[in-house]
Design a protein. Structure first.
Length: 347
């Protein structure tokens, strides 16, 4: 990876944007230059990158001239309005919002699961929902060996999924409660500190919220099969930036827990944390700031002969969003799916 790419981060001032900056630096992404874009509110703000101050610009119609890759994490409505303009300007957009994920023209990629889908892009590649990415990394290695028929998931989701302001809100609520004051909820509908509530996305007529339906639909698209049945109950918990998930899997035949443990001990993107003697399993505190999805508490389901259960934790901002997006960008470079305009101009 030596050729220079011109990259823009849309939403650079947000929680995911900040992590994208860190990852492009620490993973030594081959950058010619980096443009930081956000709303007009942040224009002129400076952010540190590789020891330098970079100035944030307000995104406009000319922001993408000459850009090869856009890493977008500025919410669905911004992506819907802006991604097509970036594509028109000749960039490939890796979009972290839900705006394009279920569009049949748009690949939905978890590099450990379906890397080949990236090459089918028509300008936009979608980064899946955070909870779905973490689950896919953990269960796909098992699905490759024996087919999963059904997934029942319960999630314990951190504040970071709702952005940097939501994280700050939980911290402020925690301080307020400890000082005997009333917690203020503005980003979330209810106080999250010392509390939890079912995921606050809109509900459908079947009683599932949007987050739960993302797990259903996106898992099927990423795995390339409509036959997996998925149900999920998603819950917000007062954790800052790592999600946890209790996963029950039903296979088409029994799956021995020791074989599952063996497979997951070498699976890409997974770290096995499964110490039964110490009763030590994945925790959000250990997943925070890490690249891997921590997986453990792997056991047979005593209620079903072909059932297997596991517990996972993963950093929502990192593998759940920014890291997955940067890994997709790395795929585009490694497989020569995107050619840098700068290099083409020089030849
Ligand atoms: P800004 O800081 O200027 O509002 P988070 O998910 O952590 O809340 O971050 C959202 C990111 O998306 C921020 O960088 C935010 O910029 C950016 N953003 C929100 N709305 C727009 C918009 N209309 N145009 C460009 N960037 C936006």
């Amino acid at each position: 990876m030596s050729r220079p790419y011109r990259v823009a981060i849309l939403g650079a001032t947000g929680a995911v944007g900040q992590e994208l900056l860190e990852l492009l630096d620490s993973r030594n992404f081959p950058l010619a230059d980096l443009k930081l874009l956000a709303s007009a509110r942040s224009a002129g703000q400076s952010l540190r990158f590789k020891g330098e101050n970079l100035t944030v610009e307000a995104v406009d119609d000319n922001s993408f001239n000459g850009i090869d890759i856009v890493l977008a994490s500025a919410g669905g409505s911004t992506s819907k309005a802006i991604a097509p303009k970036a594509v028109e300007a000749g960039a490939v957009v890796i979009d972290n919002s839900s705006a394009f994920r279920m569009n049949p023209e748009v690949p939905l990629v978890v590099p450990e699961v379906n890397p080949d889908a990236a090459s089918e892009h028509k300008g936009i590649i979608a980064n899946p929902n955070c909870t779905t990415i973490l689950m896919a990394v953990a269960v796909y290695p098992l699905h490759k060996v024996k087919k999963i028929k059904r997934i029942i998931a319960a999630t314990y989701q951190s504040a970071s999924g709702a952005g940097a302001k939501a994280m700050a809100e939980v911290q402020a609520q925690t301080s307020a409660i400890l000082e005997g004051k009333q917690p203020v909820a503005e980003i979330f509908p209810y106080p999250l500190a010392f509390n939890l509530f079912p995921h606050n996305t809109p509900l459908n007529e079947m009683g599932y919220c949007e987050e739960e339906m993302k797990m259903v639909n996106e898992t099927r698209k990423i795995f390339g099969t409509q036959s997996i049945r998925v149900t999920a109950t998603c819950v917000r918990v007062p954790v800052l930036r790592a999600h946890s998930e209790a996963i029950n899997l039903e296979f088409d035949e029994p799956f021995d827990k020791n074989e599952a443990r063996e497979i997951l001990s070498t699976a890409p993107g997974v770290k096995l944390v499964d110490d039964w003697s110490a009763n030590y399993f994945p925790m959000p505190i250990d997943a925070t700031g890490r690249d891997e999805v921590l997986v453990g508490r792997i056991r047979q389901d005593i209620s079903h002969p072909a059932g297997l259960e596991l517990w996972l934790c993963g950093d929502q901002i990192r593998k759940g969003a920014a890291l997955n997006a940067v890994q997709i960008a790395e795929l585009l470079v490694e497989k020569n799916i995107v050619k840098p305009k700068l290099a083409l101009a020089l030849t």
